[in-house]
Write a new protein. Sequence first.
Length: 250
Amino acid sequence: MAEPLLRTEGLRRQFGGLAAVKSVSLECHAGEVHAVIGPNGAGKTTLINLLSGDLAPSAGSIEILGRDVTGLSSHRISQLGVGRSYQRTNVFMSFSAFENCRLAAQSRLASSMKFVRPAARYAAVNQAAEHALAVCELGERKDVAASALSHGERRQLEVAMTLATRPKVLLLDEPLAGMGAEESARMVALLRRLAPQHAMLLVEHDMDAVFALANTLTVMVDGSVLASGSPADVRANDEVQNAYLGAGDE
């Protein structure tokens, strides 16, 4: 098997006397959806924050694309090819869908001392934004302000913004949060299309979506890994059944 694009070893995050993440080791390979589930307070979002650089680990290591990125800032990790979404929609409401994606794509431009020029003149940036919107089926909505989009469309836009940065690793924190059945089905279809080109780590409370998408499933409880393996094996695990499946998520 090829080397994983994302790997952690003994990852830990301590907040005073509370260990929110305890010795978590996992891998995510290209073309794989690795879903992380667990009950309220399990440490799932803290884990994603560690992987994205929004939090520094107290112990352990993080390797992305074969490089040790432990302790690097979120900006540095993003520049290495990692994109993430958040539990709450994180878009500029007054900007159009296209402007949101273009801004994300501009983050990949190399910094320099060149004079500022109009964003519209960066052809590659505009193309990346257009492509991301098309992939997320928002091409016909590109000139609509984010504030006028539906909740589901804003979640699609956030994924499009992530794609506009051309990531190899996707960290998605509850992308189906707050969606109805029709919107959820569209998002599941989108993530299924994206999976073959990325290593995707997915935190999600919608168990139908998890079992429809995941190649590998990791269950966290109280900051620790309770079980990890194929969805079928994890689903049949008695400890998992008792600790989580059938209960509510965060």
